[in-house]
Design a protein around this ligand. Structure first.
Ligand code: SAM
Length: 245
Protein backbone atom coordinates (compact mmCIF):
# COMPACT_ATOMS: atom_id res chain seq x y z
CA UNK A 1 0.00 0.00 0.00
CA UNK A 2 1.45 3.37 -0.93
CA UNK A 3 1.32 6.27 1.46
CA UNK A 4 0.50 8.57 -1.43
CA UNK A 5 -2.99 9.93 -1.50
CA UNK A 6 -4.82 13.00 -2.66
CA UNK A 7 -3.53 16.34 -1.38
CA UNK A 8 -4.43 17.04 2.22
CA UNK A 9 -5.36 13.49 3.21
CA UNK A 10 -2.90 13.50 6.12
CA UNK A 11 -4.26 16.59 7.85
CA UNK A 12 -6.53 14.72 10.33
CA UNK A 13 -3.69 12.32 11.14
CA UNK A 14 -1.20 15.12 11.72
CA UNK A 15 -3.69 17.00 13.90
CA UNK A 16 -4.25 13.94 16.08
CA UNK A 17 -0.51 13.32 16.52
CA UNK A 18 0.03 16.93 17.59
CA UNK A 19 -2.94 16.81 19.94
CA UNK A 20 -1.93 13.50 21.56
CA UNK A 21 1.66 14.63 21.97
CA UNK A 22 0.52 17.90 23.56
CA UNK A 23 2.57 19.95 21.10
CA UNK A 24 2.44 23.65 21.95
CA UNK A 25 4.57 26.77 21.60
CA UNK A 26 8.20 25.91 22.31
CA UNK A 27 7.83 22.10 22.24
CA UNK A 28 11.02 20.58 20.82
CA UNK A 29 10.07 17.92 18.29
CA UNK A 30 12.14 15.50 16.23
CA UNK A 31 10.30 14.17 13.18
CA UNK A 32 11.85 10.93 11.95
CA UNK A 33 11.19 10.08 8.29
CA UNK A 34 9.98 13.64 7.82
CA UNK A 35 9.44 13.32 4.05
CA UNK A 36 8.74 16.65 2.35
CA UNK A 37 7.73 18.25 5.64
CA UNK A 38 3.94 18.23 5.67
CA UNK A 39 3.75 17.11 9.29
CA UNK A 40 6.68 19.35 10.24
CA UNK A 41 4.78 22.29 8.73
CA UNK A 42 1.75 21.53 10.90
CA UNK A 43 3.96 21.18 14.00
CA UNK A 44 5.72 24.49 13.38
CA UNK A 45 2.36 26.16 12.81
CA UNK A 46 1.49 25.05 16.36
CA UNK A 47 4.64 26.62 17.72
CA UNK A 48 6.94 23.59 17.86
CA UNK A 49 10.68 23.86 17.31
CA UNK A 50 11.17 21.14 14.70
CA UNK A 51 14.12 19.03 13.62
CA UNK A 52 13.49 16.62 10.76
CA UNK A 53 15.46 13.60 9.56
CA UNK A 54 14.99 11.53 6.41
CA UNK A 55 17.21 9.19 4.38
CA UNK A 56 16.12 10.73 1.10
CA UNK A 57 18.05 13.92 0.26
CA UNK A 58 15.41 15.07 -2.23
CA UNK A 59 12.62 15.10 0.36
CA UNK A 60 14.89 16.75 2.91
CA UNK A 61 15.46 19.57 0.40
CA UNK A 62 11.68 19.79 -0.13
CA UNK A 63 11.12 19.95 3.65
CA UNK A 64 13.64 22.78 3.93
CA UNK A 65 11.67 24.72 1.32
CA UNK A 66 8.29 23.95 2.91
CA UNK A 67 9.40 24.67 6.48
CA UNK A 68 12.15 27.30 6.52
CA UNK A 69 11.73 27.59 10.31
CA UNK A 70 12.77 23.94 10.81
CA UNK A 71 16.15 22.23 10.79
CA UNK A 72 16.43 19.23 8.51
CA UNK A 73 19.14 16.72 7.81
CA UNK A 74 19.71 13.59 5.80
CA UNK A 75 20.06 10.61 8.11
CA UNK A 76 18.79 7.24 9.23
CA UNK A 77 15.92 7.13 11.73
CA UNK A 78 17.72 4.24 13.43
CA UNK A 79 20.53 6.64 14.35
CA UNK A 80 18.74 9.81 15.44
CA UNK A 81 20.47 12.97 16.65
CA UNK A 82 21.28 12.93 20.38
CA UNK A 83 18.51 15.23 21.57
CA UNK A 84 16.86 15.26 24.00
CA UNK A 85 13.52 16.31 22.50
CA UNK A 86 10.17 16.78 24.20
CA UNK A 87 8.54 14.72 21.43
CA UNK A 88 9.86 12.29 18.80
CA UNK A 89 7.49 11.39 15.97
CA UNK A 90 7.51 8.86 13.16
CA UNK A 91 4.54 9.57 10.91
CA UNK A 92 4.02 6.71 8.46
CA UNK A 93 7.64 5.66 8.87
CA UNK A 94 7.74 2.25 10.55
CA UNK A 95 6.54 0.30 7.52
CA UNK A 96 9.50 1.63 5.55
CA UNK A 97 12.43 0.89 7.85
CA UNK A 98 14.41 -2.33 8.17
CA UNK A 99 14.05 -2.37 11.98
CA UNK A 100 10.97 -0.70 13.49
CA UNK A 101 12.26 -1.93 16.86
CA UNK A 102 15.54 -0.02 16.48
CA UNK A 103 13.64 3.14 15.49
CA UNK A 104 11.35 2.88 18.52
CA UNK A 105 14.25 2.14 20.85
CA UNK A 106 16.25 5.09 19.50
CA UNK A 107 13.23 7.39 19.78
CA UNK A 108 12.64 6.37 23.40
CA UNK A 109 16.27 7.11 24.26
CA UNK A 110 16.00 10.76 23.26
CA UNK A 111 12.29 11.64 23.50
CA UNK A 112 10.09 12.43 26.49
CA UNK A 113 7.12 11.31 24.40
CA UNK A 114 7.13 9.08 21.33
CA UNK A 115 4.31 9.11 18.78
CA UNK A 116 4.23 6.88 15.70
CA UNK A 117 1.53 6.22 13.14
CA UNK A 118 0.81 3.29 10.85
CA UNK A 119 -1.88 2.29 8.37
CA UNK A 120 -4.72 0.19 9.71
CA UNK A 121 -5.03 -3.40 8.56
CA UNK A 122 -5.73 -3.76 4.84
CA UNK A 123 -9.31 -4.75 5.67
CA UNK A 124 -9.74 -1.45 7.54
CA UNK A 125 -8.72 0.74 4.59
CA UNK A 126 -10.85 1.31 1.48
CA UNK A 127 -7.65 1.87 -0.47
CA UNK A 128 -7.04 -1.88 -0.12
CA UNK A 129 -9.68 -2.26 -2.84
CA UNK A 130 -7.09 -1.18 -5.42
CA UNK A 131 -4.81 -4.11 -4.61
CA UNK A 132 -7.79 -6.44 -4.47
CA UNK A 133 -8.94 -5.47 -7.98
CA UNK A 134 -5.47 -5.37 -9.56
CA UNK A 135 -4.73 -8.75 -7.97
CA UNK A 136 -7.19 -10.35 -10.40
CA UNK A 137 -4.53 -10.01 -13.13
CA UNK A 138 -1.41 -10.58 -11.05
CA UNK A 139 0.25 -13.63 -9.53
CA UNK A 140 -0.87 -14.31 -5.94
CA UNK A 141 1.09 -12.31 -3.36
CA UNK A 142 2.87 -14.71 -1.02
CA UNK A 143 2.45 -14.02 2.70
CA UNK A 144 5.85 -12.76 3.83
CA UNK A 145 7.57 -15.00 6.40
CA UNK A 146 8.11 -13.75 9.94
CA UNK A 147 5.97 -11.86 12.41
CA UNK A 148 2.81 -9.93 11.47
CA UNK A 149 3.34 -6.47 9.96
CA UNK A 150 3.44 -3.31 12.11
CA UNK A 151 -0.07 -2.56 10.87
CA UNK A 152 -1.22 -5.30 13.23
CA UNK A 153 -2.04 -3.38 16.44
CA UNK A 154 -0.89 -6.17 18.76
CA UNK A 155 2.45 -6.33 16.98
CA UNK A 156 2.87 -2.55 17.16
CA UNK A 157 2.20 -2.50 20.91
CA UNK A 158 4.49 -5.47 21.48
CA UNK A 159 7.31 -3.81 19.51
CA UNK A 160 6.93 -0.61 21.54
CA UNK A 161 7.12 -2.54 24.82
CA UNK A 162 10.14 -4.50 23.65
CA UNK A 163 11.76 -1.18 22.76
CA UNK A 164 11.42 -0.10 26.40
CA UNK A 165 8.37 2.11 25.99
CA UNK A 166 5.23 2.35 28.10
CA UNK A 167 2.24 2.46 25.76
CA UNK A 168 -0.02 5.26 26.95
CA UNK A 169 -2.60 5.13 24.17
CA UNK A 170 -3.34 3.46 20.85
CA UNK A 171 -5.72 5.70 18.98
CA UNK A 172 -7.52 5.34 15.65
CA UNK A 173 -7.97 8.09 13.07
CA UNK A 174 -10.12 7.90 9.96
CA UNK A 175 -8.66 9.82 7.02
CA UNK A 176 -10.91 10.31 4.00
CA UNK A 177 -9.14 10.19 0.63
CA UNK A 178 -11.24 12.40 -1.65
CA UNK A 179 -10.89 12.14 -5.44
CA UNK A 180 -12.78 14.76 -7.48
CA UNK A 181 -13.75 12.32 -10.24
CA UNK A 182 -13.16 8.86 -11.71
CA UNK A 183 -10.08 9.98 -13.69
CA UNK A 184 -8.39 11.24 -10.53
CA UNK A 185 -9.28 8.00 -8.76
CA UNK A 186 -7.98 5.62 -11.42
CA UNK A 187 -5.21 7.67 -13.09
CA UNK A 188 -2.57 7.40 -10.34
CA UNK A 189 -3.01 3.61 -10.31
CA UNK A 190 -1.41 3.35 -13.74
CA UNK A 191 1.73 4.99 -12.39
CA UNK A 192 2.28 2.15 -9.91
CA UNK A 193 4.10 -1.09 -10.69
CA UNK A 194 1.02 -3.18 -9.89
CA UNK A 195 -1.22 -0.92 -11.98
CA UNK A 196 1.08 -1.10 -14.99
CA UNK A 197 1.37 -4.89 -14.73
CA UNK A 198 -2.42 -5.31 -14.56
CA UNK A 199 -2.92 -2.89 -17.44
CA UNK A 200 -0.42 -4.79 -19.59
CA UNK A 201 -2.43 -7.96 -19.04
CA UNK A 202 -5.98 -6.70 -19.19
CA UNK A 203 -5.80 -3.33 -20.93
CA UNK A 204 -6.52 0.03 -19.29
CA UNK A 205 -10.25 -0.07 -20.06
CA UNK A 206 -10.87 -3.34 -18.23
CA UNK A 207 -8.82 -2.25 -15.21
CA UNK A 208 -10.60 1.09 -15.02
CA UNK A 209 -14.01 -0.55 -15.28
CA UNK A 210 -13.19 -3.09 -12.55
CA UNK A 211 -11.91 -0.41 -10.16
CA UNK A 212 -14.94 1.81 -10.70
CA UNK A 213 -17.32 -1.10 -10.25
CA UNK A 214 -15.61 -2.15 -7.00
CA UNK A 215 -15.71 1.39 -5.61
CA UNK A 216 -19.17 2.34 -6.90
CA UNK A 217 -20.47 2.44 -3.31
CA UNK A 218 -17.90 5.14 -2.53
CA UNK A 219 -19.14 7.36 -5.40
CA UNK A 220 -20.78 10.58 -4.21
CA UNK A 221 -23.74 12.32 -5.89
CA UNK A 222 -21.37 14.95 -7.38
CA UNK A 223 -19.23 12.25 -9.07
CA UNK A 224 -16.39 12.42 -6.57
CA UNK A 225 -15.16 9.36 -4.68
CA UNK A 226 -14.47 9.29 -0.94
CA UNK A 227 -12.41 6.38 0.40
CA UNK A 228 -12.19 5.95 4.18
CA UNK A 229 -8.87 4.72 5.53
CA UNK A 230 -8.02 3.89 9.11
CA UNK A 231 -4.70 4.82 10.71
CA UNK A 232 -3.36 4.04 14.19
CA UNK A 233 -1.46 6.44 16.39
CA UNK A 234 0.61 5.03 19.23
CA UNK A 235 1.56 7.33 22.09
CA UNK A 236 4.29 6.09 24.41
CA UNK A 237 6.82 7.23 26.97
CA UNK A 238 10.19 5.74 27.89
CA UNK A 239 9.72 3.17 30.65
CA UNK A 240 12.41 4.63 32.89
CA UNK A 241 11.18 8.16 32.19
CA UNK A 242 14.67 9.64 32.43
CA UNK A 243 14.61 11.80 29.32
CA UNK A 244 14.36 15.47 30.18
CA UNK A 245 14.34 17.96 27.31
C1 SAM B 1 5.59 7.25 3.73
S1 SAM B 1 6.81 8.45 3.87
C2 SAM B 1 6.22 9.45 5.20
C3 SAM B 1 6.75 10.83 5.12
C4 SAM B 1 6.18 11.79 6.17
N1 SAM B 1 6.45 11.33 7.52
C5 SAM B 1 4.70 11.98 5.96
O1 SAM B 1 3.91 11.46 6.73
O2 SAM B 1 4.34 12.66 4.98
C6 SAM B 1 8.13 7.55 4.62
C7 SAM B 1 9.39 8.37 4.71
O3 SAM B 1 10.33 7.65 5.49
C8 SAM B 1 11.60 7.84 4.90
N2 SAM B 1 12.46 6.75 5.38
C9 SAM B 1 12.42 5.44 5.05
N3 SAM B 1 13.35 4.76 5.72
C10 SAM B 1 13.99 5.64 6.52
C11 SAM B 1 15.04 5.54 7.48
N4 SAM B 1 15.63 4.36 7.75
N5 SAM B 1 15.44 6.65 8.11
C12 SAM B 1 14.86 7.85 7.85
N6 SAM B 1 13.86 8.01 6.94
C13 SAM B 1 13.43 6.92 6.31
C14 SAM B 1 11.34 7.87 3.42
O4 SAM B 1 12.39 8.47 2.71
C15 SAM B 1 10.03 8.67 3.38
O5 SAM B 1 10.27 10.04 3.24
Amino acid sequence: MADDGPDGWGAPLHARVLELAGVAAGTTLLDLGCGPGLFARAAVDRGAVVTGVDVNPAVVAAAERAVPEGRFRVGDAEEPPPGPFDVVTGVQLLQHVSSPLAVLRGAGAIGGTVVVTVWGRESECDIGAFGEVLGRWLPPRPTPPGPPPVTDPDRLVSLARTAGLDVVQLDEVLCPFTYPDADELVGPLFETGMGRAAMNRAGPGAVREAVLERLEERRQPDGSYVLQNLFRVLLATPTNGTVVA
